[in-house]
Ligand binder design. Sequence first.
Ligand code: NDP
Ligand code: HSE
Length: 434
Amino acid sequence: LLGVGTVGAAVARRLLAGGEPLARRVGRPLLLRHVLVRDPARRRSFQIPSSILRTDVGVILNDDETSIVVELIGGVDDARRLTFDAVRAGKDVVTANKALLAVHGREIFAAARSAGRCVTFEGAVAGGIPLIEAIRRGLAANRIDAVYGILNGTCNYILTRMIDNGASYAHALGEAQRLGYAEADPTTDVSGLDAAHKLAILASLAMGRCCDLDRIAVKGISDIDLIDLTAAAELGLVCKLLAIARRHGGDISLAVEPRFIPRSHPLAAVSGPFNAVSVYGDLIGHCLFYGPGAGGDATASAVLADILDVASGNAAKTFAAEGVLWDQTPAATYAPAGEDASPHYIRVGLVDRPGGIAQIATILGNAGISIASIIQHESPYQQASDPVPVVVTTHPARQRDVRAAVTRFGELKEVLGAPVCIPVLEKLGPGGGK
Ligand code: NDP
Ligand code: HSE
């Protein structure tokens, strides 16, 4: 086991305490022989027996009795080097490292294949939900047309705490860190990059094409304002960071972005660190996967399932036979961005004098965008110099047309500050609600 942080400690705890029931699952004993740490003297939430603590990975890789290396150190550079070293040393690798697989998955799978080893990664996407297993096996006969996921527990936790409890963004993020949901650098979570790592993996697997991380349009939640969450609540909308992959004929579109969702929608009810992923297959139709998306024990559940799969010999057979991992599939081709139509939520700060709303309505009207509602709540304490927040919702309109119109709002002298524009997801579906 490489790394005993949040997830590594939970994996070690179960392996050291619950060995017998696990061994029965695979018909052979499972022994945690080595645990790699940087500082053996460090006090941890779960103390590892000093007899198995190592600081030299060579001891692990040169041990012929060790057949599985579980990489839980996170990050990319050391993890990549250790993973390569492990497969070349004849070890199978279990990892929950989505950053590693989103960036270097292709070469890692190829290296494992040429060494006759396997790499498994159930914990890398959607925490404890057995989603990778479901896509690879349970839904194997389907052509998957769309995937919509809440894939980052930290962001979902922050958004839930802000809207349900009025917590500040900074306070909610601090809680998510203390609870073990956030990445070592939580910017990865709130910027949307962690969800993008997971989407690159999920989309590559689901669509049967190697999807490039750089082709995902990524927007996170760090700019989300409580004003918008509250205004949207008044409209019956809830904000979620969604990761979306859709097939458009032979092309694929990929995006991670905040979306407002009607409160009646199944994804709107997903709160706290939970994840949910809607998968659309041509045979099965709509399948919704739901469960804890972050945290030590939940992720350990997925990592341990992988360890059992490798120990039983199943993972190696699947890895060798399947041909669905992205070292063996063609590169994706991409649909142009911003072509999808959806309703939009727009908030703009207007100078409080006649004609401001008319200017906005004219820009939208000239762009062929139909207004669904306009709300202006003026505070009794409003000062003449304060901007008045005006919230506009639109009927479905092409995303790039709405963005262009909102950019023009910013050029009006009646508009103060940067307007906010967030698409609204009406319905899920392979056609994005069409
Ligand atoms: P943590 O930061 O809690 O733990 C990582 C551990 O690895 C730390 O104890 C760190 O040691 C150790 N480490 C880092 N580099 C090295 C190294 N070169 N050699 C030895 N030890 C090293 O991370 P998590 O447990 O949260 O995450 C682990 C992996 O699982 C990541 O890839 C993450 O993205 C993924 N993951 C995490 C989930 C979660 O909910 N936390 C969910 C799903 C996946 P030190 O204490 O010395 O810094
Ligand atoms: N930081 C990640 C999250 C951990 O919050 O979802 C699970 O991958």
